[in-house]
Design a protein around this ligand. Structure first.
Ligand SMILES: *[C@@H]1O[C@H](CO)[C@@H](O)[C@H](O)[C@H]1NC(C)=O
Ligand SMILES: *[C@@H]1O[C@H](CO)[C@@H](O)[C@H](O)[C@H]1NC(C)=O
Ligand SMILES: *[C@@H]1O[C@H](CO)[C@@H](O)[C@H](O)[C@H]1NC(C)=O
Ligand SMILES: *[C@@H]1O[C@H](CO)[C@@H](O)[C@H](O)[C@H]1NC(C)=O
Ligand SMILES: *[C@@H]1O[C@H](CO)[C@@H](O)[C@H](O)[C@H]1NC(C)=O
Ligand SMILES: *[C@@H]1O[C@H](CO)[C@@H](O)[C@H](O)[C@H]1NC(C)=O
Ligand SMILES: *[C@@H]1O[C@H](CO)[C@@H](O)[C@H](O)[C@H]1NC(C)=O
Ligand SMILES: *[C@@H]1O[C@H](CO)[C@@H](O)[C@H](O)[C@H]1NC(C)=O
Ligand SMILES: *[C@@H]1O[C@H](CO)[C@@H](O)[C@H](O)[C@H]1NC(C)=O
Ligand SMILES: *[C@@H]1O[C@H](CO)[C@@H](O)[C@H](O)[C@H]1NC(C)=O
Ligand SMILES: *[C@@H]1O[C@H](CO)[C@@H](O)[C@H](O)[C@H]1NC(C)=O
Ligand SMILES: *[C@@H]1O[C@H](CO)[C@@H](O)[C@H](O)[C@H]1NC(C)=O
Length: 562
């Protein structure tokens, strides 16, 4: 049941009842089938040929465009030379963590195999992206946009746009993902990326010194006098990017599945793993084309100049190409307050309907008592047993070798522990497979404290959460006094600024094991993740979907694979 489904409980129950009588109960909810063939292709986004991960021969992969409550059947063909899993962050996989596509929920799809994901995008709308979750592959591509449209009966809280555009931005290295992995395995930093790609393409040659000639850049063509919804995803490894379009404003309307209070920005910070949609009015005079820029944030510009994505916004009546300096980035390298201020200004439009007809604000999270608090602290990577690892509360997660719920069903013991500490313990860091024993139907507070020197982004699978507070310094119980208890934005990925904290509230209504991780790919790879295990103590086969008939087996259950 949806987070916002409480007030509609009787109606929802009614649907469940029908389900008992007829397997055709989803007649109103069509199944959308897709095939994703994941393979290496050679492209030269920064002028140097490199092997990237394409989907159906495309880089980035194709748009998956579906509607609330659709059933998806996505047959993924692994044509790489290593294991693969595709994950769908932000899609909540209600009661069905079997389809989440991370190692704690799925055995990887071996090379040359295919596996069909089957899930419903129940009670969801919004802009997301999919990507490969294993082996650092996202650094090589394999991502594509995923859009869940409103059902026609529920109007969106703004005029129907004249068009929709998906934009994937992200930092990029010329080294491939296996070489990047080797760098991390050797305990080294990845260093400064070679560039920023926009929709898989390198920068427009806005400056002959900084950008070599012959690079294919992205051009987005628009008609004058229209309004477009642009859905921007930061699919990169870890660089926070400032997104802006020359001479144009961006009106923020949606944040990972929830409608935001519409706010006008000249530029917007999008951190790795985050998705937003904006309205763009093509209200300029088209005397030239315009720059679309995604530049690295909180960095020394003189060192990071090349880490700038530049595409072109081309009006169909444009009188010429664009030249001259880029629209300037925010000038606050020494003052990081502006970005926090911007993040706090992103709030939920409580009166708008989301996936359901009832207003997004009808779940009054601010009046619910918190049942458990988890303070999760991250620090710069540490050396454990001679290897460089990243931790949360001193624990670096040991990569799963069998999905946890599958292990439960087959009575495997000792696969994981449920002793994840609810506070930083300042103990000697360890590598362990320790999960949070979270209580079904609890209402929890998670405080993410970032003691690192770079922005860390956290994502929780299976849920969206309310981002109730964000500030510099050390969180304390007094910080609760400043929580936004009324219109905090709901989303599934949040940034935590260095030397700062972010507090989120989560209503634990979705059973399964759900990955809580750094969306910064390097930190995730080094173990900055855990899982929340949420099981209904009265489980009778109704709150959790049983394992799918095509379930893959691996690790200690490998012998069961047909
Ligand atoms: C996505 O689907 C919606 C609803 O069916 C449709 O209006 C829209 O044009 C589609 N977008 C693209 C890019 O195909
Ligand atoms: C693999 O793909 C074939 C169709 O090409 C399909 O029939 C089969 O069910 C798929 N296998 C799995 C495990 O999904
Ligand atoms: C990545 O690059 C290295 C050389 O740096 C090469 O040995 C390796 O085969 C490449 N891997 C892939 C998957 O292309
Ligand atoms: C191009 O970039 C270089 C390096 O930052 C700078 O010195 C030069 O002034 C720029 N050229 C133009 C035409 O802006
Ligand atoms: C956004 O702000 C600019 C000025 O900063 C203003 O010209 C424009 O009308 C605003 N747009 C909307 C839709 O509020
Ligand atoms: C078009 O707009 C630009 C920037 O606002 C302005 O400098 C220019 O004079 C305008 N050109 C025309 C033909 O109106
Ligand atoms: C930025 O980098 C330049 C070039 O290495 C260096 O001279 C300068 O001191 C750096 N600035 C800051 C604020 O670190
Ligand atoms: C909030 O949503 C309503 C639709 O319920 C819409 O009319 C209104 O413009 C939205 N307000 C803002 C500030 O986004
Ligand atoms: C919340 O907690 C307070 C006291 O801590 C209690 O009085 C109140 O009844 C609780 N509310 C709910 C909805 O459980
Ligand atoms: C270090 O490695 C050894 C052998 O692999 C293992 O027994 C020990 O538990 C490890 N220590 C930590 C802190 O992970
Ligand atoms: C997990 O929490 C439940 C209560 O929510 C408790 O009954 C159970 O013993 C806990 N399990 C472990 C291993 O701590
Ligand atoms: C990290 O924690 C230490 C000790 O509490 C503190 O002195 C330091 O300022 C913190 N650094 C950041 C970036 O939060």
């Amino acid at each position: 049941m949806g987070l916002f489904g409480f007030s509609l409980f009787p109606l929802c129950f009614f649907f469940l009842n029908i389900a008992l009588f007829s397997s055709l109960c989803f007649c109103g909810d069509p199944t959308v089938t897709n095939e994703l063939h994941v393979s290496y292709i050679t492209v030269s986004p920064l002028g140097v040929p490199q092997k990237v991960i394409g989907i159906n021969g495309k880089f980035p992969g194709p748009l998956l465009n579906v509607t609330t409550n659709n059933h998806l059947s996505v047959n993924v063909f692994n044509e790489l030379d290593e294991d693969l899993l595709i994950t769908w962050p932000g899609v909540q996989m209600r009661r069905n963590s079997w389809q989440d596509g991370v190692l704690g929920t799925n055995c990887p799809i071996p090379s040359k195999w295919n596996w069909t994901y089957q899930f419903q995008v129940k009670d969801q709308i919004g802009s997301f992206f999919y990507f490969p979750s294993t082996n650092f592959q996202r650094a090589a591509g394999g991502f594509g946009p995923l859009v869940i449209n409103n059902r026609e009966v529920i109007s969106i809280p703004f005029a129907q746009p004249d068009g929709e555009i998906s934009i994937m931005i992200g930092d990029w290295f010329i080294k491939n993902h296996t070489a990047l992995r080797a760098t991390l395995d050797a305990g080294k930093d990845l260093g400064i990326p070679d560039g920023v790609l926009i929709n898989g393409k390198g920068p427009y040659q806005y400056n002959n010194t900084l950008v070599p000639s012959g690079i294919a850049f992205e051009t987005i063509t628009v008609e004058p006098g229209k309004t477009y919804r642009i859905r921007v995803n930061n699919v990169g490894i870890s660089t926070s990017l400032n997104f802006r379009i020359q001479n144009h404003n961006l009106i923020l309307v949606e944040t990972e599945g929830f409608y935001a209070i519409q706010t006008n920005f000249t530029n917007f910070d999008i951190h790795a793993g985050q998705s937003y949609s904006f309205l763009l009015s093509t209200d300029q005079n088209a005397s030239t084309d315009y720059y679309i820029v995604a530049s690295a944030r909180f960095v020394n510009e003189s060192l990071w100049q090349k880490v700038t994505g530049v595409a072109v916004l081309h009006y169909s009546n444009s009188k010429g190409s664009v030249s001259g300096p880029l629209p300037p980035p925010p000038d606050d390298f020494y003052n990081k307050g502006a970005s926090v201020y911007q993040a706090r200004s992103v709030r939920l439009n409580t009166s708008a309907s989301g996936a359901r007809p009832n207003p997004q604000g009808s779940f009054r999270y601010g009046t619910i008592n918190i049942t458990d608090t988890y303070i999760l602290k991250v620090t710069p990577p540490v050396t454990i047993n001679g290897t460089k690892r990243a931790t949360i509360n001193g624990i670096s997660f040991r990569k799963p070798d069998v999905p946890f719920r599958l292990a439960d069903k087959h009575d495997l013991r000792g696969i994981y522990k449920l002793d994840f500490p609810s506070k930083p313990m300042n103990r000697t860091p360890v590598i362990d497979r320790s999960m949070i024993n979270a209580t079904y139907k609890g209402f929890i507070e998670i405080v993410l404290q970032n003691n690192d020197t770079t922005v860390q982004n956290f994502h929780l699978d299976g849920y969206s959460f309310f981002v109730v507070g964000m500030d510099y310094g050390e969180w304390s119980e007094n910080s609760r006094g400043n929580y936004n208890k009324w219109d905090a934005i709901s989303r599934s990925t949040t940034q935590v600024f260095p030397g700062a904290w972010t507090a989120i509230l989560v209503s634990l209504d979705n059973v399964g094991t759900w990955n809580l991780r750094a969306e910064n790919l390097d930190r995730w790879y080094l173990g900055q993740e855990t899982y929340l295990r949420i099981v209904n103590p009265e489980e009778n086969g109704e709150t959790e979907t049983s394992e799918p008939s095509n379930v893959l087996f691996c690790g200690p259950l490998q012998h069961l694979q047909k």
